[in-house]
Design a protein around this ligand. Structure first.
Ligand code: CTP
Length: 420
């Protein structure tokens, strides 16, 4: 995952009393190692002076498009491209409405429309304004487009009531920013984002599966696994950044959707994932990257009502049936010529031989093998180490790295092997 000191944040402050809390947010971000620039609406400058943000961020604050007091107008496209991610805090009802309808009539709304990276908004407003159907519809629309929301919370509002509409505390917004920062594609040594590079992946259709599957036992219980979806989501973000048209099919995970996907399909069960992969293969992708940890078995007959312990007694057995193996059974039936297939394998012993066995058995072109017991690769650890194998054996071994970086390197190595 990228480290804070490699990530640039554009903090946009709009006109609400909660703007004073954004001073503390700026301080926390800078202390955490992020680079921060601030843009403010005219209304926001009525609540807090731009000078406060300038001192806290260490950068001049953008307050208008026309360069008042400067020799030239702000190049909003260039300025927006500086940032890796954008945070709007506080986000007023007016800002949400403008962002939802694409209005660009002052500095913040213009930068919001011009910036290409992920966006996090921290709404803050009076409770009636928050509950208004117009605001709620705008929030739904923005979320559908991939904007992340943090809050609002419930608490004391400036209008004197205690209700929903309060901006989240700076520490809570920082926590949400850290999660979003994990999806940011690191820049190369020249400071260029991979979005600027033309390369192997540009224009290719890439289908990626991610996450675990949940197999229902009854309406409230399921059998699942510990897959977090991190690798699949990181690969999707990296492939998008390299210009690929990416379809991401994911089991249930709690992580923000990468921006710029061509399609996102959320599924629950292995059977649903099988069906989604079959449908997506009809669109003739160039690549299928199967990172998903598909459950091999599912309860044979999920109960339609919640199982009660009184009815089950002191112990009980659950009948399980095999789920389809997507790579072995679904892909061959829907595979179009030219499709390259990349599988993943978790192996604790005899890693290379077993991974190669799976590659052959499931007709993969490549397999990424991960040994969770190897040093620097364990479950729950930040860093992982993988091997990339093709039919002839290992073609690349990674260092122990955060998954976002591994994802970037994997795409580079796959491209190198294809072009070599
Ligand atoms: N996979 C799949 N469909 C399944 C299970 C797994 O397509 N029902 C894919 C995974 O996404 C992964 C590859 O197969 O890319 C290898 O998965 P793994 O679970 O390691 O392999 P299995 O053949 O299920 O072997 P094991 O007995 O080790 O679990």
């Amino acid at each position: 995952m990228p480290t804070p000191d490699s990530i640039r944040i554009m903090l946009m402050v709009t006109g609400g009393i909660a703007a004073y809390k954004s001073c503390m947010l700026t301080r926390l971000l800078v202390q955490a190692g992020f680079s921060v620039k601030v843009a403010m609406t005219e209304a926001a400058t009525r609540f807090v002076s731009p000078m406060t943000f300038q001192v806290l961020s260490g950068h001049p604050v953008a307050t208008d498009l026309w360069g008042e007091g400067q020799s030239h107008a702000l190049d909003h496209v260039e300025y927006a491209r500086w940032s890796d991610l954008t945070v709007v805090a506080p986000a007023t009802a007016n800002t949400l409405a403008k962002a939802a309808s694409g209005i660009a009539d002052e500095i913040v709304s213009t930068l919001l429309l011009a910036q290409p990276g992920p966006v996090l908004m921290a709404p803050a407003m009076n409770d009636n304004m928050w509950r208004h159907p117009a605001t709620q519809a705008n929030v739904v629309l923005l979320k559908e487009r991939g904007v992340q929301m943090v809050g609002p919370g419930t608490g004391f509002l400036a209008c004197g009531t205690v209700d929903e509409g309060r901006m989240m505390e700076p520490e809570e917004i920082l926590a949400a920013i850290r999660i979003l920062a994990d999806t940011v594609v690191p820049r190369d040594a020249d400071g260029d984002s991979p979005t600027d590079q033309t390369n192997f992946w540009a224009g290719r259709k890439v289908l990626i599966t991610a996450g675990p599957t949940h197999e229902a036992i009854d309406p409230v219980r399921y059998i699942g696994n510990r897959s977090s979806g991190a690798m699949g989501f990181a690969l999707a973000a990296q492939a998008v950044a390299r210009g690929a048209a990416v379809t991401l099919i994911s089991g249930p995970v709690a992580r923000p959707r990468p921006r710029g996907l061509r399609e996102f399909v959320g599924v629950e069960t292995g059977r649903e994932m099988s069906a989604a992969v079959a449908t997506a293969l009809a669109a003739n992708p160039d690549w299928l990257i199967m990172t998903a940890a598909v459950a091999d078995f599912a309860p044979a007959q999920p109960a339609s009502g919640k199982l009660k312990k009184e009815d089950l007694g002191a112990g009980w057995q659950l009948d399980m049936v095999r789920n389809p193996d997507i790579l072995a059974e679904i892909v061959p039936a829907h595979r179009q010529p030219g499709l390259k297939v990349v599988g993943f394998a978790l192996e604790t012993e005899d890693v290379q031989a077993r991974a190669l066995g799976k590659l052959k058995a499931k007709a993969m072109d490549y397999i990424v093998a991960n040994n969770p017991t190897a040093e620097g690769s364990g479950f729950g650890e930040e860093n992982h180490q993988v091997q990339l194998l093709a039919a002839g054996g290992m073609i690349w071994q990674s260092e122990s790295r955060p998954k976002a970086e591994l994802a970037a390197e994997l795409l580079t190595e796959l491209a190198r092997h294809q072009s070599g």
